[in-house]
Write a protein that binds this ligand. Structure first.
Ligand code: TYD
Ligand code: MG
Length: 458
């Protein structure tokens, strides 16, 4: 080992750095994730030196915004998640499980950009040119403005970007890239971190927009992209059930727009197709006249999305009742069941309960609380909640139904999809300014009120 090199241990899950090996990571509490890596003390300063220009401070007025004009990616759902298009010089991380469709999405972005006459460079460290060509054939015609490269050495990549001057670069994936000056293997925390650093300098120094693909895996020695979330400008996660056909692109960090915005896609045999109306798509196939099913509304970013919440409550055969929550927070479901038990007098302690958000989408907004509560009640009592009813509201520990934001948008979305009645918090009454015709609003103050409405009216 050369002079100036030392070894440290990195948690491969969260990037926690330690001088000695530890069984449990103090950062993310994961076990057995520390791996020894060599870091050279020159490494951290090296990248910065190469492209460093001495710059004078400027005042706000001197900054020209014209340069920052966004490019449309040609995919509306992606543009919205990005905050209105691709910002020049931005570094965007696209994370997700292997096989979810990251390469497909980015190749489609390349397709649209190239067909618009924008110079695009797609660099793959995972697939051969032939494989990329095969995928490209599935998604359709691509103009010659798209250049492909199979390369994993970042110094070579830097030289090529300097020479070819593309406007947009795709790096697929960060786990395969390596910087010669770092001794550890590609995919290790120090390598991934340093590679991102180099790409950051390329993006900012040459005003190129760079998309980085990162795989999220918990096991093995591949560093999770979580370690680089704080370095990049925008973090998008691609999620969804691999067995279901649709995919959700979620913005979790965005320096150029609002976060939590989602884009919905469907995986077809000819690539990813945008889903313009996700509510309709997610409610498709809802059972009619079944107990335990309720439609709730969650705001994702700026958009209301209707989802079906399903609950199944049945007699427990063991002393320990089984509870599961798919698509929402397990602890939240347990809490809501405790509230139901104490405040509404339901005897759930000897019942198994399974809660599921239909379609495999994940929703954590508290506004779906009341939906979960009514789905549980509906299943427990075997009452059928008609499918023309939408429910939203946050539930507090004393069984009160609390106000949620953007009530009017939620009601309007329900109306658009043909719902007739909405059960919503009383406290939202003042935030709904204009009378909304054609839809009945049923205000409730506590979960007891809501349960009563369900019992008496339907
Ligand atoms: P891919 O983009 O390779 O995933 P990632 O880069 O995230 O690992 O896509 C993987 C899956 O998508 C693969 O199982 C095949 C499927 N697929 C389609 O269903 N239709 C298509 O048009 C394409 C290109 C892929
Ligand atoms: Mg891929």
């Amino acid at each position: 080992m050369g002079k100036g090199n030392k070894t440290v241990y990195f948690c491969q899950n969260c990037g926690y750095e330690s001088a000695k090996w530890m069984g449990q990571c103090p950062g993310c509490r994961d076990w057995n994730t520390f791996v020894e890596e060599t870091v050279s003390s020159k490494a951290s300063s090296k990248g910065a030196g190469k492209l460093r220009k001495v710059q004078e401070p400027v005042s706000l007025q001197q900054i020209d915004l014209q340069e920052d004009e966004r490019k449309t990616s040609g995919i509306d759902e992606l543009d919205r998640v990005l905050g209105g298009g691709i910002v020049p010089g931005s570094l965007v991380l696209v994370g997700g499980d292997p096989g979810i469709g990251k390469s497909t999405l980015l190749l489609q972005v390349c397709q649209h950009l190239a067909n618009d006459g924008i110079q695009v460079l797609y660099i793959s460290g995972e697939e051969s040119l032939r494989q990329i060509k095969l995928r490209a054939q599935r998604i359709g015609e691509i103009s010659n403005q798209l250049q492909l490269l199979c390369e994993t050495n970042l110094q070579t990549i830097r030289e090529i970007i300097e020479r070819k001057k593309p406007e947009v670069v795709i790096i697929d994936s960060i786990q395969t890239m390596y910087d010669e000056e770092i001794a550890s293997a590609p995919g290790s925390v120090s390598q991934v971190r340093e590679s991102t650093n180099v790409l950051m300098q390329i993006a900012k120094g040459m005003n190129v927009s760079i998309f980085i693909v990162g795989h999220v895996t918990k096991e093995g020695n591949v560093a999770g992209p979580r370690v680089l979330e704080h370095m990049v400008d925008t973090v998008l996660y691609f999620e969804g059930d691999r067995h279901a056909s649709y995919r959700i692109l979620r913005g979790v960090k965005n320096r150029f727009g609002s976060t939590n915005e989602i884009g919905v896609f469907e995986m077809r045999s000819s690539g990813l197709e945008e889903v313009k109306n996700p509510s309709e798509f997610l409610l498709d196939g809802r059972p009619e006249g079944a107990s335990g099913s309720v439609v709730a509304c969650s705001i994702e970013g700026t958009r209301p999305i209707l989802i079906e919440i399903q609950a199944l409550v049945c007699q427990s055969n063991f002393g320990m009742p089984r509870r599961t929550a798919a698509g929402t927070d397990f602890n939240r479901v347990n809490l809501l069941m405790a509230v139901l038990e104490k405040r509404a007098g339901l005897n759930l302690s000897s019942s198994d309960a399974y809660v599921n958000i239909a379609g495999g989408i994940r929703m954590n907004e508290p506004a779906i609380d009341l939906g979960i509560v009514l789905a549980l009640v509906s299943s427990y009592r075997d009452w059928i909640i008609p499918d023309s009813i939408l429910v939203f509201g946050e539930v507090g520990l004393s069984g009160e139904v609390r106000a949620v934001s953007m009530a009017e948008q939620r009601v309007l979305e329900a109306k658009k999809l043909g719902f007739e009645k909405v059960i919503l918090p009383k406290a939202c009454q003042k935030s709904i300014m204009n009378p909304i015709e054609g839809i009945q609003l049923l205000y409730v103050e506590t979960i007891r009120d809501a349960i009563q409405i369900v019992r008496d009216r339907f």
